[in-house]
Design a protein around this ligand. Structure first.
Ligand code: 6GU
Length: 225
């Protein structure tokens, strides 16, 4: 898989790709991530990439021309499955979206900034829009990092234990059950006996029940659909 990220702040988004599971995926060539500084495609030597909005109002809007130049250059080099725009006014990211995107070959992610992008960018180039939740971030970069993390960890070979992504919270619309490790007792707090019993079918039943109870209590909305 190849991910091309277009941003006005490459430095802001790079570090999540330099650690842990995501770094290992890149080192193992399971995914390639390329960052493109939108200012490289600016209209003039001052690096102009945004302007005031027509009709008045506060906040700068990213202009279409630099984005067109960047996306067109990439599209001339290879075919893309999706061109994704990160913005709060979009459907919210969920596990289903991550699962689908993890099967793609090449994707472009455009990070929004300031007041957003000229609507014609969305009309012409964008095939999918994603928000990461009902709150406003200063830019799409953190959202893009979150989206990439959810996608990359699903690529076969990225997680050591092939089955572990399947048992994550949300994979079956349920939250994960509680987990424990040694010691079996800490300051009087005991690990549930069932987990020490060695009875694996019973443990499985207990975990399913805990998942369901936790979901009912913390996220009842997940049980509705
Ligand atoms: Cl992807 N971008 C911005 N700027 N704010 C957000 C978001 C994205 N997702 C939720 N809030």
């Amino acid at each position: 898989m190849r991910i091309d990220i277009i941003t006005v702040s490459p430095e802001l988004i790079k570090s999540p790709f330099e650690y842990s599971i995501i770094k290992r995926a890149i080192d193992k060539n399971l995914v390639e991530v390329h960052f493109h500084d939108l200012r490289t495609y600016a209209l003039n030597d001052y690096g102009k990439i945004d302007d005031y909005q027509f009709g008045g109002g506060a906040g700068m809007v990213l202009m279409i021309e630099p984005i067109d130049k960047c996306i067109s250059k990439l599209k001339a080099e290879r075919t893309y499955d999706e061109v994704i725009y990160m913005t709060p006014d979009a459907p919210t990211l969920n596990q289903q979206i991550a699962n689908t995107l993890s099967l793609k070959e090449n994707i472009i992610i455009l990070c929004g900034h300031y007041k957003g992008v000229d609507q014609r960018v969305r009309d012409l180039f964008i095939t999918k829009e994603v928000s990461i939740g009902d709150y406003v971030l200063s830019g799409g970069e953190l959202g893009a990092a979150v989206l990439c993390d959810t996608i990359i960890r699903l690529i076969p070979g990225v997680l050591g234990d092939e089955t572990s992504a399947l048992t994550d919270s949300f994979q079956d619309n349920l939250l994960s059950p509680p987990v424990y490790t040694r010691p079996s007792e800490y300051k009087g707090l005991k690990v549930p006996d069932i987990l020490l019993s060695g009875n694996f079918p019973k443990i499985e039943d207990w975990r399913n029940e805990q998942s369901f109870e936790r979901t009912k209590k913390i996220r009842p909305d997940l049980l509705e659909d």
